[in-house]
Design a protein around this ligand. Structure first.
Ligand SMILES: N[C@@H](CCC(=O)N[C@@H](CS)C(=O)NCC(=O)O)C(=O)O
Length: 197
């Protein structure tokens, strides 16, 4: 069975949302990040090279980091339809948006928080404004990043838009606000948030 190493109100919430979208049985293994003993759980440490949540164990497979977990689960459990098939025309666009989370969204958010000045042409993630503009453009045909249907990429992006909103850095963007509302209206999102609470 899938086991998710998780701590409430952290980035592990997006892996939980994704697993709820899958509809497969799973078990939550809580890692209390404030507790040294909990953080030294040997099963968790062997699944997470960075000692961070989320991380996952599924039989003999271990995967750490939200985007890697999303890529793994969506392909491993295709019944949920969260990833285009390997030879589908949308596969490239899907991979772009899946890696947009760790490669662009996360560093751009860190930049915004820390007030780093960057030269967009030479920095891999451009800058915060360019990341936001790219997301908005990606949703132009909506309702989701691949148009229709919803995919694991929307869990990655939607959870980040939610974090930006919670931390007060989401720009006044009608496109992203409407996207966030669509994400929050999903039953799997509500189930994940109920567990988080
Ligand atoms: N790139 C990782 C980041 C995960 C991450 O930073 N998790 C934080 C909680 S939000 C964590 O586990 N911090 C504990 C630590 O670094 O010791 C992902 O997106 O999954």
């Amino acid at each position: 069975m899938i086991q998710l190493y998780w701590c409430p109100r952290t980035r592990a919430s997006r892996a939980l949302w994704l697993i709820e979208e899958l509809g497969e049985p799973f078990e939550l293994v809580e890692i209390d990040l404030r507790d040294a003993e909990s953080r030294s759980n040997p099963d968790f440490l062997s699944a997470s090279p960075m000692r961070k949540v989320p991380a996952l164990r599924d039989g003999e497979v271990t995967v750490a980091d939200s985007a890697a977990i999303g890529l793994y689960l969506a392909d491993r459990y295709p019944r949920a339809g969260l990833a285009p098939a390997i030879d589908a025309p949308d596969r490239g666009r899907y991979l772009f948006w899946m890696t947009f989370l760790p490669g662009v969204i996360e560093p751009a958010m860190a930049q915004k928080f820390n007030g780093w000045e960057t030269e967009p042409a030479t920095i891999g993630w451009g800058n915060f404004e360019r990341m936001i503009e790219t997301l908005e453009n990606g949703l132009a045909d909506g309702p989701w990043l691949l148009g229709d249907p919803f995919s694991a990429a929307d869990v990655m992006a939607g959870s980040s838009v939610n974090f930006m909103s919670m931390f007060g850095i989401l720009p006044d963007s009608p496109v992203l606000k409407a996207y966030l509302e669509r994400c929050q209206a999903r039953p799997a999102y509500a189930r994940a948030m109920a567990r988080e609470a």
